[in-house]
Design a protein around this ligand. Structure first.
Ligand code: IMP
Ligand code: MG
Length: 191
């Protein structure tokens, strides 16, 4: 089956299954459709992780939408706390007067999204909202930052449905726990 999980000891339990994702994406699309009833939102996907989510979400919105993409990379861990990210690919379109929805795979610390929102707000859009498939549990202020939230996720790396580790696993239908070296070495590869 295309996109099925690989038979890989590094992959752990399903954190969010494909059916659940499909249902939630439809709900988020309906919510955005209502909220933007008289507008044409510009969906700005953050590459690469958001590409699968954004493709499904865009088709769940019953409004004209436009899409564009940005690619960013965080600076090294020592400067990460400053929330500085490097823009590797910028937008093609002018944001003046636009209603922007930033689409991201996961808000982890929220630093990337905070930086991007600041950067986009400086370009005089009419509005900027944030939509994330996953929002890390227990991180202060993410609830206020992310207007449209798919699922809360506990700490721990996850892959699939766009999310990767070292560019792998993006094509999986489910969102799956990725076992760190320690987990994988502990003997249990059940699930
Ligand atoms: P933040 O700036 O700390 O919120 O980092 C967000 C970015 O880190 C996301 O766009 C992802 O690229 C990456 N990230 C954080 N946690 C995970 C994960 O569990 N799986 C895959 N990517 C992750
Ligand atoms: Mg990312």
């Amino acid at each position: 089956m295309t996109g099925a999980r690989e038979d890989d000891p590094r992959l752990g339990e399903i954190v969010v299954g494909a059916d659940e994702i499909r249902r939630r994406v439809v709900e988020l699309g309906a919510e955005i459709t209502r909220d933007y009833a008289d507008r044409t939102p510009l969906l700005v996907g953050i590459l690469k992780g958001a590409f699968v989510f954004m493709a499904d979400l865009a088709r769940s919105i019953d409004r004209p939408v436009e899409v564009d993409f940005m690619a960013v990379s965080s600076y090294g861990s020592s400067t990460r706390t400053s929330g500085v990210v490097r823009i590797l690919k910028d937008l093609d379109v002018d944001l003046g007067g636009r209603d922007v929805i930033l689409i991201e795979d996961i808000a982890d610390s929220g630093l990337t999204l905070r930086y991007l929102r600041r950067s986009l707000m400086a370009r005089q859009p009419a509005s900027v909202e944030i939509c994330c498939l996953l929002v890390r549990e227990g991180v202060p202020d993410l609830q206020d930052l992310v207007r449209y939230q798919g699922f809360p996720v506990p700490p721990g790396w996850v892959v699939g449905y766009g999310l990767d580790v070292g560019e792998r696993y993006r094509h999986l239908d489910d969102i799956v726990a990725y076992k760190t070296h320690e987990d994988a070495g502990s003997g249990s590869v059940a699930g």
